[in-house]
Design a binder for this molecule. Sequence first.
Ligand code: GDP
Ligand code: MG
Length: 256
Amino acid sequence: MFEFLLSKQFVVVLGPAGSGKTTLVGSYGRWLESRGVKVGYVNLDPGADYLPYKPDFDIRKYIRVTDVMKKYNLGPNGAFIKSADLMLELGDQIYRELVRIPSDYVLVDTPGQMELFVFRENGPELLGILKRIGFPVAIVVFDPLLAKKPSDLVALKLMATVIQLRLDVDSIPILNKADVEISDEVARSLEEELVLMEALSREAGVRADLAQSLVQVMDDYRQATRLVRVSALSGSGFDELYDIIHEVYCNCGDLT
Ligand SMILES: Nc1nc2c(ncn2[C@@H]2O[C@H](COP(=O)(O)OP(=O)(O)O)[C@@H](O)[C@H]2O)c(=O)[nH]1
Ligand SMILES: [Mg+2]
Protein backbone atom coordinates (compact mmCIF):
# COMPACT_ATOMS: atom_id res chain seq x y z
CA MET A 1 0.00 0.00 0.00
CA PHE A 2 2.74 2.48 0.89
CA GLU A 3 4.93 2.95 -2.13
CA PHE A 4 7.60 5.60 -2.39
CA LEU A 5 8.15 7.92 -5.28
CA LEU A 6 11.55 9.28 -6.24
CA SER A 7 10.75 12.91 -5.50
CA LYS A 8 9.21 14.54 -2.44
CA GLN A 9 5.46 14.47 -2.04
CA PHE A 10 4.03 17.53 -0.33
CA VAL A 11 0.55 17.30 1.12
CA VAL A 12 -0.50 20.92 1.67
CA VAL A 13 -3.30 21.15 4.23
CA LEU A 14 -5.57 24.14 3.62
CA GLY A 15 -8.93 25.16 5.00
CA PRO A 16 -10.81 27.80 7.00
CA ALA A 17 -9.66 28.70 10.52
CA GLY A 18 -10.70 26.09 13.05
CA SER A 19 -11.44 23.36 10.51
CA GLY A 20 -8.74 21.16 12.05
CA LYS A 21 -5.70 21.59 9.77
CA THR A 22 -3.11 21.58 12.54
CA THR A 23 -4.75 18.69 14.39
CA LEU A 24 -4.90 16.72 11.13
CA VAL A 25 -1.24 17.35 10.25
CA GLY A 26 -0.29 15.95 13.67
CA SER A 27 -2.59 12.93 13.73
CA TYR A 28 -2.34 11.98 10.06
CA GLY A 29 1.44 12.31 10.33
CA ARG A 30 1.53 9.96 13.33
CA TRP A 31 -0.78 7.54 11.49
CA LEU A 32 1.60 7.50 8.49
CA GLU A 33 4.63 7.07 10.75
CA SER A 34 3.01 4.11 12.51
CA ARG A 35 2.83 2.51 9.06
CA GLY A 36 6.50 3.02 8.37
CA VAL A 37 6.40 6.26 6.37
CA LYS A 38 9.11 8.80 7.20
CA VAL A 39 7.12 12.00 7.48
CA GLY A 40 8.38 15.58 7.36
CA TYR A 41 6.41 18.46 8.89
CA VAL A 42 6.23 22.10 7.82
CA ASN A 43 4.44 24.87 9.68
CA LEU A 44 3.63 27.95 7.61
CA ASP A 45 1.32 29.58 10.16
CA PRO A 46 3.08 32.59 11.73
CA GLY A 47 0.19 32.85 14.21
CA ALA A 48 0.36 29.26 15.44
CA ASP A 49 0.50 28.81 19.18
CA TYR A 50 0.78 25.10 19.96
CA LEU A 51 1.72 22.50 17.34
CA PRO A 52 0.94 18.79 17.90
CA TYR A 53 3.97 17.81 15.79
CA LYS A 54 7.65 18.68 15.64
CA PRO A 55 8.19 20.86 12.56
CA ASP A 56 11.23 20.33 10.32
CA PHE A 57 10.59 23.84 9.07
CA ASP A 58 8.71 26.44 11.10
CA ILE A 59 7.93 29.87 9.62
CA ARG A 60 7.82 31.24 13.18
CA LYS A 61 11.61 31.10 13.18
CA TYR A 62 11.37 34.16 10.88
CA ILE A 63 7.89 35.62 11.35
CA ARG A 64 5.60 35.66 14.36
CA VAL A 65 2.29 37.51 14.23
CA THR A 66 2.73 38.82 17.77
CA ASP A 67 6.13 40.31 16.86
CA VAL A 68 4.74 41.81 13.64
CA MET A 69 1.95 43.50 15.64
CA LYS A 70 4.51 45.19 17.87
CA LYS A 71 7.10 46.02 15.23
CA TYR A 72 4.67 47.57 12.74
CA ASN A 73 2.14 48.81 15.29
CA LEU A 74 -0.68 46.76 13.76
CA GLY A 75 -3.80 45.04 15.05
CA PRO A 76 -4.22 41.28 14.57
CA ASN A 77 -5.80 41.53 11.09
CA GLY A 78 -3.18 43.93 9.76
CA ALA A 79 -0.44 41.79 11.27
CA PHE A 80 -1.71 38.64 9.52
CA ILE A 81 -1.75 40.48 6.19
CA LYS A 82 1.72 41.92 6.81
CA SER A 83 3.00 38.46 7.81
CA ALA A 84 1.63 36.97 4.59
CA ASP A 85 3.51 39.61 2.60
CA LEU A 86 6.70 39.19 4.64
CA MET A 87 6.66 35.48 3.79
CA LEU A 88 7.17 36.44 0.16
CA GLU A 89 10.62 37.84 0.97
CA LEU A 90 11.70 34.49 2.39
CA GLY A 91 11.24 32.45 -0.79
CA ASP A 92 14.91 31.46 -1.25
CA GLN A 93 15.36 30.68 2.43
CA ILE A 94 12.22 28.53 2.49
CA TYR A 95 13.38 26.68 -0.63
CA ARG A 96 16.81 25.94 0.87
CA GLU A 97 15.32 24.63 4.11
CA LEU A 98 12.56 22.53 2.51
CA VAL A 99 14.99 20.84 0.13
CA ARG A 100 16.97 19.64 3.13
CA ILE A 101 14.06 17.96 4.94
CA PRO A 102 15.13 14.31 5.11
CA SER A 103 11.70 12.81 4.27
CA ASP A 104 9.95 11.97 1.03
CA TYR A 105 6.47 12.61 2.42
CA VAL A 106 6.00 16.11 3.83
CA LEU A 107 2.85 17.48 5.45
CA VAL A 108 2.47 21.26 5.18
CA ASP A 109 0.31 23.12 7.71
CA THR A 110 -0.93 26.50 6.46
CA PRO A 111 -2.13 29.74 8.10
CA GLY A 112 -5.51 29.80 9.79
CA GLN A 113 -6.62 32.62 7.51
CA MET A 114 -6.93 30.57 4.36
CA GLU A 115 -8.00 33.54 2.25
CA LEU A 116 -4.72 35.34 2.96
CA PHE A 117 -2.74 32.34 1.79
CA VAL A 118 -4.88 31.69 -1.27
CA PHE A 119 -5.74 35.20 -2.38
CA ARG A 120 -2.52 37.08 -1.66
CA GLU A 121 0.74 36.15 -3.35
CA ASN A 122 2.38 33.98 -0.71
CA GLY A 123 0.24 30.91 -1.45
CA PRO A 124 1.01 30.74 -5.19
CA GLU A 125 4.66 31.60 -4.44
CA LEU A 126 4.94 28.76 -1.92
CA LEU A 127 3.29 26.27 -4.29
CA GLY A 128 5.84 27.36 -6.91
CA ILE A 129 8.64 26.51 -4.47
CA LEU A 130 7.12 23.10 -3.70
CA LYS A 131 6.84 22.31 -7.42
CA ARG A 132 10.55 23.01 -7.85
CA ILE A 133 11.29 20.44 -5.14
CA GLY A 134 8.65 17.77 -5.74
CA PHE A 135 4.95 17.11 -6.19
CA PRO A 136 2.44 19.08 -4.13
CA VAL A 137 -1.20 18.14 -3.71
CA ALA A 138 -3.66 20.17 -1.60
CA ILE A 139 -6.23 18.83 0.79
CA VAL A 140 -8.88 21.32 1.78
CA VAL A 141 -10.32 20.67 5.23
CA PHE A 142 -13.85 21.73 6.12
CA ASP A 143 -15.85 21.73 9.34
CA PRO A 144 -19.25 19.94 9.24
CA LEU A 145 -20.75 23.22 10.43
CA LEU A 146 -20.44 24.18 6.77
CA ALA A 147 -22.40 21.12 5.64
CA LYS A 148 -25.92 21.68 6.89
CA LYS A 149 -27.68 21.07 3.58
CA PRO A 150 -26.85 19.32 0.30
CA SER A 151 -26.03 22.54 -1.59
CA ASP A 152 -23.40 23.26 1.10
CA LEU A 153 -21.52 20.20 -0.16
CA VAL A 154 -21.43 21.77 -3.61
CA ALA A 155 -20.15 25.04 -2.10
CA LEU A 156 -17.32 23.14 -0.35
CA LYS A 157 -16.29 21.33 -3.52
CA LEU A 158 -16.42 24.63 -5.34
CA MET A 159 -14.11 26.23 -2.77
CA ALA A 160 -11.65 23.41 -3.33
CA THR A 161 -11.96 24.00 -7.06
CA VAL A 162 -11.23 27.72 -6.62
CA ILE A 163 -8.10 26.77 -4.69
CA GLN A 164 -7.13 24.43 -7.52
CA LEU A 165 -7.56 27.28 -9.98
CA ARG A 166 -5.71 29.82 -7.88
CA LEU A 167 -2.78 27.67 -6.70
CA ASP A 168 -2.59 25.45 -9.79
CA VAL A 169 -2.51 22.27 -7.74
CA ASP A 170 -4.87 19.31 -7.51
CA SER A 171 -7.08 19.79 -4.49
CA ILE A 172 -9.03 17.24 -2.49
CA PRO A 173 -11.90 18.52 -0.34
CA ILE A 174 -12.44 16.62 2.90
CA LEU A 175 -14.97 16.94 5.68
CA ASN A 176 -13.26 16.75 9.07
CA LYS A 177 -14.77 16.09 12.52
CA ALA A 178 -16.54 12.90 11.40
CA ASP A 179 -17.35 12.42 15.08
CA VAL A 180 -19.69 15.43 14.80
CA GLU A 181 -23.11 14.43 13.51
CA ILE A 182 -24.44 15.61 10.16
CA SER A 183 -27.97 15.17 8.80
CA ASP A 184 -28.91 11.87 7.14
CA GLU A 185 -29.64 13.67 3.90
CA VAL A 186 -26.19 15.28 3.81
CA ALA A 187 -24.53 11.97 4.78
CA ARG A 188 -26.30 10.11 1.96
CA SER A 189 -25.54 12.94 -0.47
CA LEU A 190 -21.87 12.52 0.38
CA GLU A 191 -21.96 8.85 -0.54
CA GLU A 192 -23.96 8.99 -3.74
CA GLU A 193 -24.01 11.70 -6.37
CA LEU A 194 -27.46 10.64 -7.54
CA VAL A 195 -28.76 11.26 -4.02
CA LEU A 196 -27.04 14.64 -4.00
CA MET A 197 -28.59 15.66 -7.32
CA GLU A 198 -32.00 14.52 -6.18
CA ALA A 199 -31.65 16.38 -2.87
CA LEU A 200 -30.52 19.51 -4.71
CA SER A 201 -33.60 19.44 -6.90
CA ARG A 202 -35.65 19.76 -3.72
CA GLU A 203 -33.82 22.87 -2.49
CA ALA A 204 -35.49 26.18 -3.07
CA GLY A 205 -35.11 28.64 -5.92
CA VAL A 206 -32.13 29.51 -8.02
CA ARG A 207 -29.77 27.75 -5.61
CA ALA A 208 -30.98 24.32 -6.76
CA ASP A 209 -30.31 24.99 -10.46
CA LEU A 210 -26.99 26.64 -9.79
CA ALA A 211 -25.82 23.81 -7.52
CA GLN A 212 -26.82 21.12 -10.02
CA SER A 213 -25.03 22.87 -12.88
CA LEU A 214 -21.91 23.28 -10.72
CA VAL A 215 -21.86 19.56 -9.93
CA GLN A 216 -21.84 18.84 -13.67
CA VAL A 217 -18.99 21.27 -14.32
CA MET A 218 -16.90 19.94 -11.43
CA ASP A 219 -17.45 16.36 -12.55
CA ASP A 220 -15.98 17.33 -15.88
CA TYR A 221 -12.94 19.17 -14.52
CA ARG A 222 -11.97 17.92 -11.08
CA GLN A 223 -9.99 14.80 -10.36
CA ALA A 224 -11.34 13.97 -6.93
CA THR A 225 -15.08 14.38 -6.81
CA ARG A 226 -15.96 12.36 -3.75
CA LEU A 227 -15.80 14.16 -0.42
CA VAL A 228 -13.93 12.04 2.12
CA ARG A 229 -14.97 12.21 5.78
CA VAL A 230 -12.25 11.98 8.40
CA SER A 231 -11.79 12.70 12.06
CA ALA A 232 -8.47 14.31 12.90
CA LEU A 233 -9.20 13.46 16.53
CA SER A 234 -10.00 9.75 16.20
CA GLY A 235 -8.17 8.95 12.96
CA SER A 236 -11.29 7.57 11.28
CA GLY A 237 -11.20 7.82 7.48
CA PHE A 238 -7.39 8.07 7.26
CA ASP A 239 -7.19 4.92 5.07
CA GLU A 240 -9.52 6.50 2.57
CA LEU A 241 -7.69 9.83 2.78
CA TYR A 242 -4.38 8.12 2.06
CA ASP A 243 -5.89 6.27 -0.90
CA ILE A 244 -7.44 9.36 -2.45
CA ILE A 245 -4.21 11.38 -2.09
CA HIS A 246 -2.31 8.50 -3.65
CA GLU A 247 -4.81 8.26 -6.51
CA VAL A 248 -4.40 11.95 -7.25
CA TYR A 249 -0.59 11.58 -7.19
CA CYS A 250 -0.56 8.75 -9.65
CA ASN A 251 -3.60 10.00 -11.51
CA CYS A 252 -4.56 6.41 -11.94
CA GLY A 253 -7.65 5.71 -9.91
CA ASP A 254 -11.35 6.05 -10.42
CA LEU A 255 -12.15 8.96 -8.12
CA THR A 256 -15.80 9.22 -8.72
N1 GDP B 1 -14.76 17.09 17.31
C1 GDP B 1 -13.64 17.28 16.60
N2 GDP B 1 -12.89 18.37 16.80
C2 GDP B 1 -11.76 18.52 16.07
C3 GDP B 1 -11.35 17.55 15.11
N3 GDP B 1 -10.21 18.00 14.55
C4 GDP B 1 -9.91 19.18 15.13
N4 GDP B 1 -10.84 19.50 16.05
C5 GDP B 1 -10.88 20.69 16.93
O1 GDP B 1 -11.08 21.85 16.15
C6 GDP B 1 -10.38 22.96 16.74
C7 GDP B 1 -9.51 23.64 15.71
O2 GDP B 1 -8.48 22.73 15.33
P1 GDP B 1 -7.12 23.23 14.67
O3 GDP B 1 -6.38 21.99 14.27
O4 GDP B 1 -6.41 24.19 15.53
O5 GDP B 1 -7.71 23.98 13.38
P2 GDP B 1 -6.94 24.91 12.30
O6 GDP B 1 -7.23 26.32 12.67
O7 GDP B 1 -7.59 24.56 11.01
O8 GDP B 1 -5.50 24.55 12.34
C8 GDP B 1 -9.61 22.39 17.93
O9 GDP B 1 -10.35 22.65 19.10
C9 GDP B 1 -9.55 20.91 17.63
O10 GDP B 1 -9.46 20.11 18.80
C10 GDP B 1 -12.17 16.38 14.94
O11 GDP B 1 -11.90 15.48 14.14
N5 GDP B 1 -13.29 16.31 15.71
MG1 MG C 1 -3.76 25.70 12.54
